[in-house]
Design a protein around this ligand. Sequence first.
Ligand SMILES: [Fe+2]
Length: 368
Amino acid sequence: MSETTSYRLVNVSGTVPAPITHWAPVLVPREAIEAEIQRLADEPAPADGRRAAVIVHPECVDGTQGFAPGVDVTIEVLKPGEQTRPMLRNSNQIHFGIQGSGAIQVGKETLATGKWDVASIPSMQPYSCKNTGKELWVRLVYSNAPLLRKLGVHWSDYAQPGWEIKAIASTAGVNVDINRANAPDIQISAEGARLRGYEFLTDIEVVENRPLVWPWESATPLLSRERGDGLRNIILLYNPATERRNGTTHSFFATLFSIPKGVPPRPVTRGHKHSSVAINYHFVGQGKSVVDDETIHWKTGDLLLSGPSWSEHAHYYDGHGAQVLTIQDHPLHIGMESLIWQERMDGPILNLGSEAGQKGYVGPRQAG
Ligand SMILES: [Fe+2]
């Protein structure tokens, strides 16, 4: 392509603001997930040991392999004794165990995980998964790889020898006494504008991000199990490395939701909206989600793109109890100052993290 045809000029003068158009909600039924698990288990193990299938949304046509525009969901399977070749990637991951058990080795740390346990794998930390149990080990793995592919920077490679002793807080480079601590840092306006040396860009303060596990059995004492027990319907799995962005990884939060048996179904009302995208995996129970004007019925084992960005959505349970893992790219949006949230359709659109947030939200305290 010649230089003169390598770009276009697009006239956007006077372009009026346009509404958001989002991907459709998509349900992946338990039967389809189970069939794919079986197919992965039946095929010969690949050279790197990673039996995996990514669930791609029908509207993902740019090769980024998303279930939502910036999020992929991968079914990963290992037979007893099998282990994946150690690798590292600059996407971050949440692993949710849905069957069996195993160990994820991340650098020097070993995370033992079982059914309904959640684990985080930070970016660029080499890891390997091993089935240490006697049955098939199956995980749903969520990552921000599609967003990085869109940016053209999803980096991944197999780990080099010695990967298991990688230290996170190592000091790289020569002349280590030249660093941000002795670089210029000068305030130039009363409002706060500053001038800083380039060292601030290359020698960034490290916030340690350890791989973590949130065992299901540690979360359950806080979650409501019986009607009227005063416990919580929803709990955030918090990773302190994400600080005020309240994530499980730097891209995503994971929440565990539980509504006990006997809570009467509530009538369909208006939903809420947020720019973060929500993906629900229903591991117990059945119910329905209303997304814009569409009603989607779900049951145990179904995965649902339940809250496409800026869709109006709400979830309803049938009175027999339900448990749900939700993944949202909420911390990512806080970092970009793009987390807009409308809790009531007749209420304000709030920019959460940049202006006063939603208080008086009683939903999480109304258990049972
Ligand atoms: Fe939502």
